[in-house]
Ligand binder design. Structure first.
Ligand code: SF4
Ligand code: SF4
Ligand code: SF4
Length: 326
């Protein structure tokens, strides 16, 4: 990625009268971090970056950004939001378009073909994270860490994030401006995490998820980081009726995770944001990818690819499998 081109393009876009702000990434202030940022002027655009640390799915901010009350006598700000997108962010945008969560005419989408992001935990296993910010770049099919002026090459397979190893759509599926050439999609190997759970018998599967869900703190970081968990009236926040109790225990935690997983079936675009946000390191990706696999295999549907598609859970085909319907 040519960062100068990225910053110049962003500066031009935020100078437009019809654009409110641009959502992108900038270098973080600690260790192996890149932070989402809202850019409103050329100075902000000059800080933008795109590196193997930019794993945050920026589509989340389209629905998460605070909508300030409109002062009496004023009109709501109807200007466009500009957004940098990798393949997975762009799929979340498409899914939001399908669900009418955002309007296409309100967006300026800047595509960033994505060679894959690192998993910060794997990176820290190879080279421990320190408080001073470090940068990372793609090079020769792998990564290079730039820290204290020193460059260290890192093999791709050692530090590549799991969702990127399994990624089938690294190039933006929708964009108004594409920065750089599309990347060559890589061969996606088996999803060992899901295979391993499928191979267990029912009792062992239950034990596995009991152990995982029992550790959940119900902090809802996974829900808040997810670009597709944006219901204004989430059942988790409801007290009347109380669909899911506030108590943090295996039973209520399981109700939460199953409700969320089924709500995301046919919608989850497998970006991994929920699992990255989880302070308890619960393998949410295995659960979501299992449902995504079922939807793909059983119904031939993959979300976030076609803005004109019917929402999966609202569509019906006469030849849909129905053996499980009682
Ligand atoms: S899932 Fe795909 S598009 Fe998203 S960060 Fe990984 S490689 Fe890039
Ligand atoms: S459930 Fe997780 S992996 Fe799926 S879209 Fe939401 S954050 Fe991404
Ligand atoms: S982020 Fe982790 S600990 Fe928090 S609610 Fe989600 S699964 Fe539970």
């Amino acid at each position: 990625m040519d960062l100068e081109k990225l910053r110049k393009t962003a500066a031009e876009i935020v100078s437009r009268e019809d654009v409110k702000y641009l959502i992108g990434w900038r270098q973080g202030t600690f260790g192996y971090r890149a932070a989402p940022c809202f850019v409103e002027d050329a100075a902000g655009a000059a800080e933008l970056t795109f590196s193997p640390l930019c794993s945050a799915n920026l589509a989340t901010y389209l629905t998460l950004a605070e909508k300030l009350p409109v002062p009496r006598g004023k009109e709501p700000d109807s200007r466009k939001t500009a957004l940098l997108v990798k393949g997975c962010d762009s799929r979340a945008v498409v899914q939001l378009l399908v669900e009418k969560g955002v309007k296409r005419e309100e967006l300026v989408i800047i595509g960033c073909p994505c060679p894959g992001m690192v998993d910060r935990a794997l990176l820290a296993e190879v080279i421990p994270e320190e408080s001073a910010p470090a940068d990372l770049k793609w090079s020769g099919g792998g990564f290079v860490l730039v820290k204290n002026g020193l460059e260290t090459a890192l093999p791709r397979d050692r530090v590549l994030a799991e969702q990127c190893r399994l990624c089938r759509h690294p190039n933006p599926v929708v964009s108004d401006i594409l920065l750089g050439e599309p990347v060559q999609p890589w061969e996606v190997g088996p999803d060992g995490g899901v295979d391993e759970i499928e191979a267990k018998d029912v009792a062992d599967r239950w034990d596995y998820w009991e152990e995982q869900f029992s550790r959940c703190l119900r902090c809802y970081a996974c829900r808040n980081a997810c670009p597709l968990c944006y219901c204004k009236d989430c059942i988790l926040d409801r007290l009347n009726p109380t669909w899911i109790n506030r108590a943090v225990n295996f039973s209520e935690n399981t109700a939460y995770h199953l409700a969320r997983a089924f709500h995301l079936a046919g919608r989850c675009i497998e970006c991994g944001a929920c699992e990255r946000a989880c302070p308890a390191h619960i393998p949410l990706g295995k659960l979501n990818r299992k449902l995504a696999r079922e939807v793909r295999d059983q119904y031939g549907f993959e979300p976030g690819l076609d803005a004109n598609a019917e929402p999966f859970q609202a569509a019906f085909k006469p030849d849909d499998p129905e053996e499980f319907i009682l």
